[in-house]
Design a protein around this ligand. Structure first.
Ligand SMILES: C[S@@+](CC[C@H](N)C(=O)[O-])C[C@H]1O[C@@H](n2cnc3c(N)ncnc32)[C@H](O)[C@@H]1O
Length: 208
């Protein structure tokens, strides 16, 4: 594994963030306790910025876990809705509880199921967020591409995959992420970059 960011830099970046939302802190505590992977604060902040710039009407998340990333999306949005999809019912139940305990409930829709299938119910998606099993990223973007709005953003987490993409690892997930990154940079319908923040965040605009 190759560290994407020097831990000292990550610590410094985290020290800049305001300690603003107790609900986020609580979700972070639960994620730590369960060892559950979430986008975490730096990527949450980055997503908020993209939402502010894009002002989306419809955000669809593939792989919502227990709602941490969706909560970051929803709190930055001033219209429209965020769709949460996860195949683990207990995750979605927890996420529903989080949203219902906040002012953001009317902005969220919840689905238990395969994200690649459920996601296709939606059209004119302004932001597609991908955070499912890594070997599925390429299939996910292929399935969802026809469902994207003009100039939509695709945001995908873990696209540097603990540095394994640049190493000799050849497991299914690493190969899946490599293939996905290559496709997103080669496909002329997308303009893509990867921000080496935390575990690597791909941001891509649909231009074709
Ligand atoms: C990394 S976690 C998501 C974390 C979440 N985005 C966050 O940052 O708060 C990945 C989630 O994707 C779900 N998942 C993986 N593959 C899936 C699929 N094909 N359809 C639906 N859910 C999937 C898993 O159950 C897991 O909860």
């Amino acid at each position: 594994m190759i560290p994407v960011t020097d831990p000292r830099i990550e610590k410094y970046l985290l020290s800049l963030l305001p300690d603003d939302d107790p609900l986020l802190r609580e979700m972070e505590r639960i994620a730590r306790e369960k060892g559950f992977p979430i986008i975490d604060r730096l990527v949450g902040r980055f997503i908020s910025l993209l939402v502010r710039i894009k002002n989306p009407q419809l955000v669809v998340e593939l792989g919502s876990g227990f709602g941490y990333s969706a909560y970051w999306f929803a709190r930055a949005m001033n219209r429209g809705k965020v769709v949460l999809i996860d195949y683990d019912e207990s995750n979605i139940d927890y996420a529903r509880g989080i949203f219902e305990g906040s002012a953001l409930a009317p902005q969220a829709e919840f689905h238990v199921g395969d994200a690649l299938i459920v996601g296709q119910q939606y059209h004119d998606i302004d932001i597609l967020f991908i955070d499912i099993d890594k070997y599925q990223y390429l299939d996910a973007v292929a399935a969802m591409k026809p469902h994207l709005a003009k100039d939509a953003l695709v945001i995908a987490d873990n696209t540097l995959w603990y540095g394994k993409v640049a190493d000799r690892e050849n497991d299914l997930d690493t190969m899946g992420i490599r293939a996905f990154n290559q496709q997103m940079f080669r496909d002329r319908d997308f303009f893509s970059t990867i921000i080496p923040l935390r575990d690597g965040v791909l941001v891509s605009q649909k231009i074709g």
